[in-house]
Design a protein around this ligand. Structure first.
Ligand SMILES: Cc1ncc(COP(=O)(O)O)c(C=O)c1O
Length: 678
């Protein structure tokens, strides 16, 4: 028996109360009753007493309580007792007996859990032998077993990724660390002391249960109840009915709308970055209050599967526990020093290792800073003024780059910004993406004046556009021939298209690379780097000035390092890319079934959805997509609990937390949405 056991994930989740040794049956019963009243979903009876009669009586009494509460009752370490009382399951430790024999005796209907300490191999073996779920711990130093082996939080994440079975975390779990444990991937938390020693057991159980409601990653299917009603944020939940009204009116009785109305008074357009404003798709922007894994919750307590992932950075999912933990620990040591720190060296080394074209790296705080600095450097290095960019590519909002740009600028129909002096704009030459002939002609005419060609090697700011074979090669050859600097802007594609970026995927070596997004794991980090002879022109080594008070901020880098370290583990990147592929293939099939003109593609963990018959290869082709149909599709998906980028001109992002259940739920939502928009 294993995770294919029907309903296993529904049975093993939430607060798993493990009883303290207690000979006083009445007291034990009243404690467990309180835990169940507060929302414990599982109870494990653990009593090392040698008094068989006492154990039998207690087990029978607790089973009756659990049955009345609809909770699962599990006996620890005593197969005979479990069978005798008719428990829902048995839990075995390393020395507690033979899993195969227990499985056989229990039959298929009862649960069998196994302690696996801090070892994945043990878990794999236990599942092979017939266990249904596995427990890891001690997660933290615990008063019950102070000397137990520590299991790292990462292990939970790995176990969820590698094993198709519920994962229980145990040992030293408290109200303070429980969010981390759920966010790391635990399906259930087994708690003894912090629950049963609490002055108000019911209240404490309710608090644990509410953390589960906030942080767990329930699968969206009919069998799964909505988020726990104990969740304090659910108290004022606005009941939600999928809307068939596609006029995208402001939301009624909505806290999202309330917040937006307030924001409009103090913040231009109510947002701090234009594409968040929902201008392209209409309706009310969602204000998010929490995220965990692949899911986010808005101010009206609605849950969404998120394919924006903060516009790319959250490649490991929201509130990725190792990143959150690293940030917390780093913050305790100090928020900023304005002086060098070790983690900056580590990050620079890691980036060089992953992106070998970068001989040297400078860390900054955003993608915009990275591209702006890289351009200045290219100009300083070559002594030339002109730069070449491509229509629909967005490289941040520095003056010389806001000429025929993509992303929010494109979404708002202002690809070229006001406030950019004509004098500045005239130094930016704009060509068609994927047009090698135009690039060649441009170099033929002005090659000795061109400082740099800057390109998104896979364009992600006019939806997702792949480079045509030969395009990046042409850019490389022309830059080399004419002494111009080739800049790959991999702020979006870095660690998304491939771990080494688009340059690794397509085998082209740029002179400079810009990075951002994923390398900060959700915190503000950017980087630019490349050829040593070029990078040595930067201050303090050379004459090109570039600086930043918060550049290389250690707290931000802590999130980035934890994210990259997890992403670079064997199989993680490929797993995300596979999920992205399954999703886009599934969407394409569903649209075809409904007769909707649509296609989709994934490149690594980036996705492009297009309401046209084939993926676009140029800005002009992107413009041929049916924007109105996208907008209706966007709202239909939003109504179904799927958050796509609020613009037809943006790529989407899949994370390591988008597992089978999220992809299936998304496809289920899309089946309805396509039917609505056809
Ligand atoms: C390719 C590319 N370059 C640069 C940027 C600018 O990065 P930031 O928004 O961090 O300034 C972006 C942002 O979307 C981007 O996609």
């Amino acid at each position: 028996m294993n995770a294919s056991h029907p309903g296993i994930h529904e049975r093993v989740r939430g607060l798993y109360a493990i009883t303290p040794d207690n000979a006083a049956t009445t007291e034990l019963i009243s404690k467990v009753r309180a835990a169940l009243a507060g929302g414990a979903r599982m109870v494990q009876y653990r009593n090392k007493s040698t008094d068989k009669q006492l154990r039998l009586e207690q087990a029978q009494a607790l089973l009756a309580l659990c049955q009345a509460a609809g909770a699962v009752f599990i006996v620890n370490d005593d197969l005979a007792l479990a069978l005798k009382v008719g428990a829902d399951g048995l839990h075995l430790g390393k020395d507690d007996g033979d899993i195969v024999a227990a499985r056989k005796a229990l039959g298929p209907g009862r649960l069998l859990g196994a302690s696996c300490y801090n070892r994945l191999t043990l878990a794999r073996e236990a599942l092979r032998q017939g266990a249904d779920h596995v427990a890891f711990g001690a997660m933290f130093v615990s008063p019950t077993k102070p000397a137990a082996n520590r299991a790292p939080l990462d292990l939970l994440f790995e176990a969820r990724r590698q094993l198709d079975a519920p994962v229980v975390a145990i040992g030293g779990i408290t109200m303070e660390n429980a969010p981390k444990v759920f966010a790391a991937g635990a399906n259930a938390i087994a708690v003894v002391s912090d629950l049963f020693d609490a002055p108000q057991i019911e209240e404490r159980a309710r608090e644990f249960a509410s953390i589960y409601g906030l942080w767990a990653r329930p699968s969206i299917n009919a069998a799964t109840p909505r988020r726990s009603s104990h969740d304090p944020r659910v108290a004022n939940v606005i009941s939600y009915e999928p809307s068939t009204d596609l006029s995208f009116q402001p939301m009624k009785n909505s806290r999202n709308q309330e917040l937006f109305d307030r924001a409009l008074k103090s913040i231009p357009g109510g947002v701090n970055s234009p594409v968040r404003a929902f201008r392209a798709v209409g309706g009310t922007p969602r204000f998010f209050v929490a995220g965990a894994g692949a899911r986010v919750w808005d101010a009206d307590n609605r849950e969404y599967i998120d394919y924006v992932c903060s516009w790319g950075p959250l490649v490991m999912g929201h509130a990725f526990a190792p990143a959150v933990e690293a940030v917390a620990l780093s913050a305790i040591d100090g928020l900023s020093f304005g002086a060098p720190t070790e983690i900056e060296v580590e990050m620079a080394e890691l980036l060089r290792q992953c992106v070998p074209s970068m001989d040297m790296v400078r860390l900054v705080s955003s993608g915009t800073e990275a591209t702006m600095s890289a351009l200045r450097l290219a100009r300083g290095f070559t002594g030339r003024d002109l730069i070449v960019k491509f229509e629909g590519c967005y490289h941040g909002h520095a003056d010389s780059l806001l000429v025929k740009a993509g992303s929010g600028a494109l979404t708002l129909g202002q690809p070229s910004s006001g406030g950019v002096p004509a004098e500045t704009a005239k130094h930016t030459l704009v060509l068609d993406y994927n047009d090698s002939a135009a690039l060649e002609q441009c170099f033929r005419e002005q090659g000795d004046r061109i400082a740099a060609v800057i390109v998104e090697p896979v364009a992600g700011n006019m939806n997702l556009v792949a480079p045509r074979p030969g395009f990046l090669e042409a850019a490389r050859a022309l830059c080399s021939k004419h002494g111009a600097v080739l800049i790959f802007d991999e702020v979006m594609t870095g660690f998304r298209v491939a771990p080494g970026g688009a340059q690794a995927k397509y085998g082209i070596t740029p002179d400079l690379t810009t990075l951002g997004k994923v390398i900060g794991g959700g915190m503000p980090v950017g980087a630019f780097g490349g050829r040593r002879d070029i990078m040595e022109k930067i201050a303090p080594l050379g004459p090109v000035y570039q600086a930043g008070t918060l550049s290389g901020n250690p707290v931000a880098l802590a999130a980035g390092m934890a994210t990259l370290n997890a992403l670079l583990k064997p199989g993680v990147f490929d797993g995300i890319a596979a999920a992205a592929k399954t999703l886009t293939e599934g969407l394409t099939q569903l649209a075809a079934r409904e007769g909707v003109t649509f296609c989709a593609q994934s490149i690594g963990s980036m996705i492009g959805l297009y309401f046209r018959s084939s993926p676009p290869a140029s800005f002009a082709e992107v413009m041929q997509c049916d924007k109105d149909r996208f907008n209706r599709f966007f709202h239909a998906m939003l109504d179904e609990g799927v958050y796509l980028a609020p613009s037809a001109y943006e790529a989407g992002f899949v994370s390591a937390a988008h597992g089978k259940s999220e992809i299936d739920a998304t496809l289920k939502a899309a089946a309805k949405a396509f039917a609505l928009v056809k």
